[in-house]
Write a protein that binds this ligand. Structure first.
Ligand code: ZN
Length: 405
């Protein structure tokens, strides 16, 4: 090992391993990467090296969480936020153990969607090391089914896919697109996106079983927020839900805030898909992390965070979630669906695998040191590292801001 870069050693922790085991080991970080995982105590290591020691007090160290479906949080709607507003949210998200996100932009007018894409691209370009990092953009819409709009403004959902408009959205940062397969009957759009490395999931859809089969043949990879804003399962026409649950190669995003999906349905999805294809997402919107009773404008309508933690619009419909991703992990544990060391994988390792980010989502040698220390009793976040840099500790609060890199 080179002596030029000081090493950080996180010791006295139980580590969540890629196979879902918890082991008592130390993690050695060099620069932004995990250099080594060892059973040796700090006293047995690198006697002639400069090392920084971090005592984990017996808590649990996991990979950083990756939220691939987050519309906003902490007062910022990613569809409308300015560069400063988006950054303010990214600066606070490490406190919640979230190290990477795909800002998820919902259906809006063409100029508004282009503006939102441009803002996110600027934030990516002006990356700050102390912030939660953006892995790319998730475009949710505008090619959805008007019968299953969820919180998307129906007036902006397009009647058909316009190729020139779609091409205007194809920023190099676009990583994932949610669409309804029934608007792409030939599968040509899914194929085109796949050729450009953009992943697609079915959502806000009434696709038939046949339409799903064809979309999957063309490159569709699964379902967005399974069970929500989609034609319900029917045993003679299983559609998006049935095909996603039945095909072992497909991924399912799932919201575990206790409001969007009943815990029994989450169990059913996990039993069908197994650990390897289930991705926990928050579907959080700008009120997530703010006090109950707060209201805002969302997708052109007034929405309020109720005492029940539901976010509802004036007609009483759910309009996104107020729970950030860690809440979903804690719920899976509290509902006795999974132990923590497995639940956390659905929010780190599995989305990383889905997104093709093979150096993320795992505590393993050579992986990027995005790490979260969880209090073993309360399952709240004690400390967060992004690319080897400690960006949050509970004792001292958020690290001071730095100038943009
Ligand atoms: Zn949605």
């Amino acid at each position: 090992m080179s002596r030029s870069i000081p090493l950080q050693v996180i010791h006295n922790v139980s580590i969540v391993k890629p196979n879902g085991d918890l082991t008592r080991e130390s993690v050695i970080i060099k620069g932004q990467d995990i250099e080594k995982i060892t059973e040796k105590s700090p006293g047995q290591l690198f006697l002639d090296h400069e090392i920084e020691l971090f005592d984990g007090n017996g808590h649990i160290l996991s990979p950083g969480m990756i939220d691939q479906h987050i519309n906003g949080a902490l007062g910022c709607d990613f569809n409308q936020g300015s560069l400063t507003e988006v950054r303010n949210t990214l600066q606070q998200l490490p406190t919640f153990g979230i190290t990477r996100i795909l800002p998820t932009l919902i259906t809006a007018s063409h100029p508004d969607m282009l503006q939102a894409i441009q803002t996110i691209e600027e934030v990516i370009h002006l990356k700050r090391p102390q912030d939660t990092q953006i892995l790319g953009i998730h475009l949710e819409g505008p090619y959805l089914n008007k019968d299953y709009p969820g919180a998307h403004p129906v007036k902006h959902i397009r009647d058909r896919i316009q190729l020139d408009e779609l091409e205007s959205f194809l920023s190099p940062s676009l990583k994932l697109m949610t669409l309804c397969p029934e608007k792409d009957p030939q599968g040509a759009i899914i194929q085109l996106l796949a050729e450009k490395g953009i992943k697609t999931l079915a959502g806000h859809s009434a696709a038939t079983t046949e339409e799903m089969y064809h979309a999957v043949d063309c490159g569709l990879l699964g379902a967005t927020h399974l069970f929500n804003a989609v034609k319900p399962f029917h045993h003679r026409n299983p559609g998006v839900i049935g095909v996603t649950l039945g095909n072992p190669h497909l991924y399912a995003e799932i919201i575990a805030d206790g409001i969007h999906v009943h815990p029994e349905s989450i169990k059913m999805a996990l039993n069908a898909k197994g650990m390897g294809k289930t991705i926990l997402v928050s579907d959080a919107m700008e009120l997530a992390g703010l006090p109950q009773g707060t209201s805002c404008q969302f997708a052109g309508q007034q929405v309020t965070l109720m005492d029940s933690n539901q976010v509802v619009n004036t007609s009483g419909h759910i309009a996104g979630s107020s729970a950030l991703l860690g809440e979903g992990v804690r719920n899976l544990v509290q509902w006795k669906i999974l132990p923590f060391e497995h639940a956390i994988q659905l929010a780190s390792q599995i989305p990383a695998q889905f997104l093709g980010e093979h150096k993320l989502g795992k505590i393993a040698e050579g992986c990027i040191a995005d790490l979260v220390l969880w209090n073993k009793d309360t399952l709240t976040v004690e400390a967060t590292w992004i690319e080897g840099k400690q960006v949050y500790t509970k004792k001292t609060g958020q690290q001071p801001s730095e100038q943009p890199a």
